[in-house]
Design a binder for this molecule. Structure first.
Ligand code: PLP
Length: 496
């Protein structure tokens, strides 16, 4: 399987190169030349297997320059016993008429672990093929969860260094504490004065700067990305949607071949794109429902065909979705433009020059065949957490609550009874303040861990150990920089 760039189809690379490079030189993203097929018989067969075996199979279709031994090594390492708090890795929870897929059972309590536990393995194996002996420098821009998941995945991985930039006022206290207390010899963390979009464009421009790349090369180093622009982030995410379908079949909730809906709380469009890719492979899906918070640029785009980031940026209770420039949408455009790289390039140029673009009517129509969208504000988010807790005795985090709310509205609007999987992206304790405010607004608390204790006392839901033990831990990383200082911070960290 070869990969080409969304902005220049003549750029063709192997999977391992796509993973090491992260982004194509001209700024495009790597996408598979075509999608491998997975038929119903294969799904039935996968339904009899565990998560790791399902993962090995799906990965083998895409990472064709990896040997079977290499894939076994990567998958067994990433999802080894004890790393995830469920032996099923990504279990389904039956919430009313829908199925919540708990994707946050990994070490950092967000769905990012599903891919970022695997990525370091994929990257080191890839580097051994195409970038021998070079030190890989991972730069990450995070809206909160990617940063910690990447740090945890890459900590003390040989021949790698990792540097995370996060928006100083744009992450939850638990997310900040998780990152600033990170252990490991090869890690570094820096806050920036700006929002996630600033961090992401800063990192992207460092990646595509030739002079910086040359300076790294002189020092036998090379950049790569752990953000969802990296193909190595997306491919592990395709696995869990296929796995959810297998589980539904196995448990008799659907018959083989039945269609399902998939609802995803969306920011950078990586998670929902992976679900769309699963459908391109043959997974029977009726609709993808894209759920946004008050930063509803994607809702508007899906409804109207116009993407316009020229709008107010809001800091919300679901910070991991506070994004106005959704990177992976570029990959969806490439598919709905029927792989026309020139058209994608035009849109992306218009986005960077004018902050907006419009897709033609027929292309928009194609989009609407697969996608529906909705958004909700913080008040509705908290109401949804409260209602779900009181009526169903199930605690949602703020991001998943956005998805549940948008899904409920979709059902009211359409009457669609298709069995539905809702991607649950974080453990509620990562956003304790909002969760407590939803379930017990009158509770008096002093600080973050008071809040944690109150939630646990009231709900009886235990706080994951890896979060509870952050209490009292002293931050290692306290640097805050201006957007314009990011390059300097990178060079300082690398000592070059
Ligand atoms: C990253 C994140 C999202 C958004 O996922 P995308 O792939 O960026 O669309 C949603 N919820 C949580 C908790 C996240 O960490």
């Amino acid at each position: 399987m070869e990969y080409l760039s969304t902005r220049n189809k003549s750029v063709k690379v192997a999977a391992s190169q796509a993973i090491v490079k992260g982004i194509s030189d001209e700024g495009g993203l790597f996408v598979p030349v075509q999608f491998p097929e997975i038929n119903i018989d294969k799904l039935k067969e996968l339904a009899t297997l565990g998560y790791k075996e399902r993962a090995k199979y799906v990965l083998s279709l895409y990472l064709t320059d990896f040997t079977k031994q290499e894939l076994d090594y990567c998958v067994e390492g990433a999802y080894a016993d004890g790393k995830f708090s469920s032996t099923e890795i990504a279990p389904l929870y039956n919430l009313k008429d829908s199925f919540v897929q708990e994707l946050w059972r990994g070490p950092t309590c967000a769905f990012k672990d599903m891919a970022l536990q695997l990525l370091p393995y994929l990257l080191t194996v890839s580097a051994s093929k195409s970038a021998k002996d070079k030190k890989i420098v991972i730069l990450v821009a995070t809206s909160g969860d990617t940063g910690k998941a990447a740090l945890e995945g890459f900590k003390d991985v040989k021949n790698t260094k990792i540097l995370v930039f996060y928006p100083n006022d744009g992450v939850s206290p638990m997310q900040k504490l998780q990152m600033t207390t990170q252990e490991g010899e090869n890690v570094s963390v820096c806050a920036i004065k700006g929002n996630f979009d600033d961090a992401q464009s800063g990192v992207k421009s460092i990646f595509t700067n030739k002079e910086i790349a040359e300076k790294l090369a002189e020092n036998n180093m090379q950049f790569s990305s752990a953000n969802s622009i990296n193909w190595g982030r997306l491919v592990p995410q395709i696995v869990y949607y296929i796995s959810a379908y297998c589980d539904l079949m196995k448990n008799g909730k659907i018959n083989a071949g039945d269609k399902i809906n998939i609802v995803v709380p969306t920011g950078n469009f990586g998670n929902i794109l992976a679900a769309y890719y699963a459908k391109q492979m043959g997974l029977p899906v009726n609709k993808f429902i894209c759920a946004s918070n008050k930063n509803n640029v994607l809702t508007d785009f899906i409804k109207t065909g116009e993407y316009d980031k020229n709008r107010e940026f809001y800091t919300t209770s679901s910070p991991s979705m506070d994004i106005l420039i959704s990177s992976n949408l570029e990959r969806l455009l490439f598919e709905i433009f029927e792989k026309n790289d020139e058209e994608v390039k035009k849109c992306m140029t218009s986005l960077s020059e004018n902050g907006k673009y419009v897709i033609p009517k027929d292309v928009h129509q194609r989009l609407l065949e697969d996608f529906d969208a909705g958004c909700c504000d913080d008040t509705q988010t908290l109401e949804t957490i409260k209602e779900t807790y009181e009526k169903e005795n199930y605690l949602l985090d703020t991001h998943t609550a956005v998805a549940v709310k948008v899904f409920n509205e979709y059902v009211d609007k359409t009457g669609d009874k298709t069995p539905t999987v809702i991607a649950s992206t974080a453990n509620p304790y990562k956003f304790s303040k909002s969760v407590l405010c939803a379930i017990a607004p009158d509770e008096k608390v002093e600080d973050e861990f008071d809040t944690v204790d109150a939630i646990s006392r009231i709900s009886g839901v235990e706080c994951p150990t890896q979060l509870a033990t952050l209490k009292g831990k002293k931050p290692r990383f306290t640097q805050i920089c201006e957007k314009s200082e990011m390059v300097e911070v990178v060079f300082n960290m690398l000592g070059i």
